[in-house]
Design a protein around this ligand. Sequence first.
Ligand SMILES: C[S@@+](CC[C@H](N)C(=O)[O-])C[C@H]1O[C@@H](n2cnc3c(N)ncnc32)[C@H](O)[C@@H]1O
Length: 319
Amino acid sequence: MRKYKYMASSTNLFRALADDVRLRLLNVVMAAELSVAELATVMGTAQPTVSRQLKILREAGLIEARREGTSIYNRRGKLLEDRELTTVLERRFSKLSTTKSDAVAIRRILDQRRKRSKDFFEKLAGRYGELTQPGGGWSALATGLAAGFSGQRVADLGCGEGALTLLLARFAKSVAAVDQSKAMLRLLHSRAKEAGVAPQVKTVESDFEKIALPGDAFDAVFFSQSLHHAARPECAIREAARLLRKGGTLVILDLARHDQEWVRKEWADQWMGFEEDELRAWLRDADLNAERVERLPMASATAPTDLTVLLVVGRKAGN
Ligand SMILES: C[S@@+](CC[C@H](N)C(=O)[O-])C[C@H]1O[C@@H](n2cnc3c(N)ncnc32)[C@H](O)[C@@H]1O
């Protein structure tokens, strides 16, 4: 049965290759994935003629069609994974009188595609954020950045419902999700199960000032919008430093000092943000080197513009 199938496809193959127009077409498709209209432009023939020849090449397994929405592109077929076959074909292609001019026509088509993209983004500069972004915007960006923690042991202090924990857990070796709230940890546990990352996530019910985790055991420790809830933030930072291995990184995202009293009532905030200098001093006291303490440009169009986010990056001495 296998032999019969092979014989049948060999017949198709020899028939497909026994024609210089089809050889030329194959040469073009092997150089670039093109639509029928583009192939017709390169070949200087009508589209129905190209379609007819493509069908024969397709039946032989030399090319295959790939659908992109309403467009169909033609590309190398599985048969062309055979290196011996492609070597023979390339030798034959070099003898075709059209090879050079076809290469010029292909380059022109690809240049048009590049130009379309370039012109679009030239005009878009400055308006990008206003458009619906098919690529997922901030959440996709955050996921990509979380991939930078692949294989690491991280801790998310004040994890809440776990937006950050769940991002990190897709890549990290382990994520210790620390929170004082049983309800938050329960919710996070079920969300981690749903997302298929539960094995990497360990929930830890602890106060920031005394965390039930071993010291020198984490590559990175985060406080994301949680430090302003700590009774004694300087002690929480010392505790975070204890968890880090030598050379490990502390990342704090919090609010810069502000005067928005409402966040104390509505969000139970203990501290109305922090001064950059006080954070630097707390890091120094915890033997952490403050590599960055800076104000971020407002990250979300929905966030109040009079609150500024501070980013702190600290490193534990050693390596
Ligand atoms: C505003 S939420 C931040 C959630 C999350 N980190 C984020 O970025 O989406 C603050 C979390 O910190 C926790 N928290 C506040 N004080 C804490 C403390 N002293 N020890 C441990 N967790 C604390 C709260 O229970 C809450 O879940």
